[in-house]
Design a protein around this ligand. Structure first.
Ligand code: ASP
Length: 583
């Protein structure tokens, strides 16, 4: 029977073994040939001696050839052990070698974790996946997903599959469409999430549902996002927001313990308003403090024109401490101002609390007493800098929030081995749709408002709070959930509020409203992005490095070459015609 390349130890001495795997490295010295044989479990050194028939064959082995060897385990000679390898005390003296397949010369070294152009890695994904870090990531991913399933199974949730070809039920993004051959002119949508189907499963009486499922959103790819992603999707009946939060938090605690051996503390909770005011973000990174401070009153009498005009327009001046920032040169500060501008700032004033005196980009307007007040407010010390952002309140907070992450990164405060989870609650039910100025759901239109707030729907929709909660981790939103509207009458009110005509409502959501009419229980749930969870768990990797076959940043699968044109006949069978490219 084949042994694993990661398992043999000194206690296996003299055992007859069979190993199979890939040639990681071949070294010829002292008349012997050494091969590091690799499989997914690890590396074992195998040795070919010149008096064996296999020797001449071994001389021709090259990187990534696939071989099988039979031989016996022996201790490595004293002084040649490799303490970095779990198998480093032993080697296998080979009696028989079988070359199972040869490999072409790889386009990059599989046995080194060198930086290789990402597109090349993706084109030869099977070689990239042989490398240690990606093997590790996918194995951790397996353990995380398994722990999730175990957790929910213990809590009597059942996994139910929902279809991939569904009706478009928009969740705020663009749908991927699949033309129907049998129904010319009609389209399926690929699910952006199983939202309505899981709600219907509650109406069907399943009570506790979970699914590890793929979701598709036709968005431009972003650094921490893929258009195709995997969600842990959960829904419960007869529950409160508190119960959903308890289940999801316990799940993550269980997963971290089972997959990473880490005990997580209880997750802190922040209201949406608190998160924005304190961190300038609804997904704050809580691995570090650096709380933002509003310092309007320090400048109440200022002659500094920019601050003056912002304050007279009811804007805000936000201060951010930059630990150790006083060491920056003027040039560094200029570059930091540019970074702030790229993050949406109109400008940025800096105050450096250098040991040899205070310096500032607005020293004329920031006197000693202002410095003392700023220092106290921002809890800054000599050696730190204070960055100031002035703008309309929301805009100033948003920029300061982004710069908080930037500063933390530079100050080395974003430790990839620290996991700071948190809950953000009390989101507004609606936000302003930038394009139309009208209300748009902050989460999705199926989210229930806080108890007793229906009366505000007509009069003051923007004041309404939602029973909507997000889980965040190290500055990433892992996912959102909500208590749902379970009465058709109220669901119709929301659709009307969002400007949908009764015909549009019937066309898009008629099936769902009918389902709500047949005894829908109160219910709620949540979905968490598994790719992101794994990405943070492995220590803030690139999201593409935790997915076996990701798309590149142009949304292409460069290994398979997708998307790609198809034979014209296939397009005609779908009753479609490809329009000439736009000029
Ligand atoms: N369906 C939502 C999403 O994918 C999550 C939820 O409300 O359960 O973001």
């Amino acid at each position: 029977m084949k042994n694993s390349c990661g398992a043999l130890r000194a206690s296996d001495e003299e055992k007859a073994v069979e190993l199979a795997g890939w040639v990681n490295v071949r070294r010829d010295h002292g008349g012997l040939i050494f091969v590091d044989l690799r499989d997914r479990d690890g590396i074992t050194q195998v040795v070919f001696a010149p008096d064996r028939a296999s020797f001449s064959e071994a001389e021709r082995l090259r990187h990534e050839d696939v071989i099988r060897v039979r031989g016996s385990v022996r201790r490595r000679p004293a002084g040649t052990e490799n303490s970095k390898l779990p198998t480093g005390e032993i080697e296998v003296a080979v009696d028989e070698l079988e070359v199972l397949n040869r490999s072409a010369v790889p386009p990059f070294q599989v046995n080194k974790d060198d930086d290789v152009d990402e597109n090349l890695r993706m084109q030869y994904r099977y070689l990239d996946l042989r490398r240690g870090p990606l093997q590790h990531n996918l194995m951790l991913r397996h353990r995380i997903v398994k722990a999730m399933r175990d957790f929910f199974d213990e809590r009597t949730f059942i996994e139910i599959e929902t279809p991939m070809l569904i009706k478009s039920t928009p969740e705020g993004a663009r749908d991927f469409l699949v033309p129907s051959r049998l129904h010319p002119g009609s389209f399926y949508a690929l699910p952006q999430s199983p939202q309505l189907l899981k709600q219907i499963l509650m109406i069907a009486g399943f009570g506790r549902y979970m699914q590890i499922t793929r979701c598709m959103r036709d968005e431009d790819s972003r650094a921490d996002r893929q258009t195709e992603f995997t969600q842990l999707d959960v829904e419960l009946s007869f529950c409160t927001q508190e119960e959903v939060i308890e289940v999801m938090e316990s799940c993550m605690r269980y997963v971290w313990k089972a997959a990473l051996g880490v005990e997580l503390p209880a997750f802190p909770r922040l209201s949406h308003a608190q998160a924005i005011a304190t961190y300038g973000s609804d997904k704050p990174d809580l691995r570090f403090g650096l709380e933002l401070q509003r310092v309007d009153e320090v400048f109440a009498q200022t002659e500094f024109a920019i601050f003056k005009s912002v304050l007279s327009a009811d804007g805000a001046i936000i201060a951010l401490r930059y630990p150790g920032g006083a060491a920056l040169s003027r040039r560094d500060f200029d570059a930091l101002v540019e970074t702030a501008k790229q993050n949406g700032a109109k400008g940025m004033v800096w105050v450096a609390l250098a040991p040899d005196g205070v310096k500032s980009s607005a020293s004329k307007f920031i006197d000693e007493s202002a410095v003392a007040k700023l220092r106290e407010k921002a809890q800054a010390e000599t050696g730190d800098a204070i960055l100031l952002f002035a703008d309309a309140t929301d805009a100033a907070l948003a920029v300061a929030g982004k710069m908080r992450n930037e500063v933390a990164e530079r100050a080395g405060l974003r430790d990839p081995k620290t996991f700071a989870f948190a809950w953000i609650t009390d989101f507004p039910l609606f936000e302003v749709d930038e394009a139309t100025g009208k209300p748009a759901p902050s989460h999705h239109p199926f989210t229930a408002p806080a108890d007793d707030q229906w009366t505000l729907l007509e009069s003051d929709p923007f004041l309404m709070r939602a029973q909507h909660y997000d889980m965040v981790l190290n500055g990433y939103e892992l996912g959102s959930g909500s208590i749902r509207i379970h009465k058709a009458e109220y669901q119709r009110k929301i659709f009307a509020m969002l400007g949908l005509s009764p015909e549009q409502v019937e066309d898009r959501f008629g099936f769902f409203l009918r389902a709500l009419d047949y005894g829908a229980p109160p219910h709620g749930g949540m979905a968490l992005g598994i790719d992101r969870i794994v990405m943070v768990a492995v220590g803030d990797a690139n999201i593409r490095d935790v997915i076996a076959f990701p798309k590149n940043q142009l949304m292409r699968d460069v290994m398979m070459d997708a998307p790609s044109p198809v034979p014209e006949q296939l397009v005609r069978d779908l009753s479609l015609r490809i329009a000439p490219p736009k000029p």
